[in-house]
Write a protein that binds this ligand. Structure first.
Ligand SMILES: C[S@@+](CC[C@H](N)C(=O)[O-])C[C@H]1O[C@@H](n2cnc3c(N)ncnc32)[C@H](O)[C@@H]1O
Ligand code: SF4
Length: 395
């Protein structure tokens, strides 16, 4: 393509297919747990009690066809629902490793079954969701008695065979009323019991949406994109039951530990704002004014029904469907160009106030993100993966 044509394309909202940095694959929404704070439990109208029986999942052959659209992908993230309940998780891990420089999985850690070797061999990174080392607190948060015992058993098996950073193992703890007072205890427990089992522990501010913000988001999406935006209802809440003084104290105690990441804001006045003010951003102060959500700009999520969406957590704006179109076509279709042009003029959507995920795109250059990046590159070098664009930006 000539330079002039390329410029004209950019002005009209087109983008190169090769610019996609990551695909997030929600192979299924099936899940064996019933986490109280998980917006997915209700945002597709599913009854949490029946969630384990959801049949819908991405057809493996179609997923393969999508991955074939590029010779290689920078990063694939295996997600869910619970990814380990996907019927083709074994073949998918093998395929992902063949096709991508970075393969990440986020799992609730209760199901490993026969896949431990494959996880070690094929994954660059594994996020294991454990909210607390205290079984009562963690089981309460995860909605199923016995969860903690199962995770710890699997975690022991993983710790026994994996090498540091191979794969990178991140414990993800969502801060809720069940655990906010015990971040330090969890850190100490994992450091003492599983020091070799994990590389980082991430204390993640909870995603929750107060009604006034949700309604503003709905109105905005309808006006701007003609889109019914109801998925915020899954995250409806107020972050209630958290004593912010105690939480702040806990954050201060853990945040300088070399393995700790506080995902979102961590200062006293900001925490107050985040929990009390519906529109106070979880990423306050981290962005330069001209920034916009790089996740929406460079990352696509594929849902179990084949829909392609921009935002994993608020998947209201559907771009297309992999069963009907190629991903390449979707990347420059009318809804995508419309969004791209919007993002050039404006920064975030109202709902982004509650999303610390957008910070991911800044990991290469900012604060806590540097910890992730450092360890990540170290692991990639050790495993002789050389992530293309990521590696260039790190040098
Ligand atoms: C939706 S789950 C899907 C993957 C897998 N089932 C798991 O639990 O790891 C992805 C991550 O979101 C986290 N999560 C759930 N509800 C959340 C909330 N309200 N705020 C922030 N993170 C949340 C989970 O703990 C998990 O680490
Ligand atoms: S957070 Fe993960 S494990 Fe918990 S209900 Fe949601 S999808 Fe399932």
């Amino acid at each position: 393509m000539s330079e002039a044509l390329e410029k004209e394309g950019v002005a009209l909202g087109f983008d190169r297919f090769e610019n996609i940095r990551s695909l997030i694959l929600l192979m299924t929404l099936r899940c064996n747990l019933k986490c109280k704070m998980c917006g997915q439990v209700s945002f597709f109208g599913e009854d949490p009690e029946k969630r384990m029986f959801i049949k819908e999942e991405i057809r493996f052959e179609d997923l393969k066809r999508v991955l074939d659209e590029r010779p290689s992908w920078e990063s694939l993230h295996l997600f869910g629902g619970e990814p380990m309940t996907y019927r083709f998780i074994g073949p998918l891990m093998e395929l992902a490793r063949e096709r991508a420089q970075v393969v990440w999985m986020t799992t609730n850690g209760t199901i490993i079954g026969p896949h431990l070797d494959s996880m070690i061999r094929n994954l660059s990174g594994l996020t294991v969701s454990i909210d607390s080392s205290n079984p009562d607190e963690n089981d309460a948060s995860r909605g199923v008695i016995g969860t903690t015992e199962r995770i710890l058993k699997n975690f022991r098996a993983l710790a026994a065979v994996r090498k540091p950073f191979a794969p990178v193992v991140v414990i993800n703890s969502v801060i809720t009323h069940h655990n906010y007072h015990a971040l330090e205890k969890s850190l100490m427990f994992f450091e003492t019991e599983f020091s070799n089992g994990f590389d980082m522990i991430q204390f993640h501010l909870p995603r929750f949406v107060q009604d006034s913000l949700g309604q503003e988001h709905e109105k905005f999406m309808m006006q701007e994109f003609g889109c019914h935006a109801k998925t915020w209802e899954g995250w409806r809440g107020h972050g209630e039951g958290i004593d912010l003084e105690i939480l702040q104290n806990q954050i201060n105690k853990v945040k300088d530990h070399p393995k700790v990441i506080i995902y979102g804001i961590d200062k006293a006045d900001q925490l107050q704002g985040f929990f009390k003010n519906p529109k106070f951003p979880s990423i306050n102060g981290l962005y330069p004014p001209e920034a916009h959500c790089k996740v929406m700009d460079k990352v696509l999520t594929i849902q179990p029904n084949g829909n392609v969406v921009l935002c994993t957590d608020f998947p209201d704006y559907v771009l297309g469907n992999i069963y009907q179109e190629s991903l390449r076509d979707i990347w420059n279709n009318e809804p995508m160009r419309r969004l791209r042009l919007y993002l050039r003029k404006h920064t975030f959507f109202p709902i982004c106030a509650k999303c610390p995920r957008a910070v991911e795109s800044m990991h290469l250059s900012m604060g806590a993100g540097l910890k992730v990046a450092d360890r990540f590159y170290k692991s990639m070098r050790q495993r002789k993966h050389v992530p293309g664009v990521l590696a260039r930006s790190s040098s």
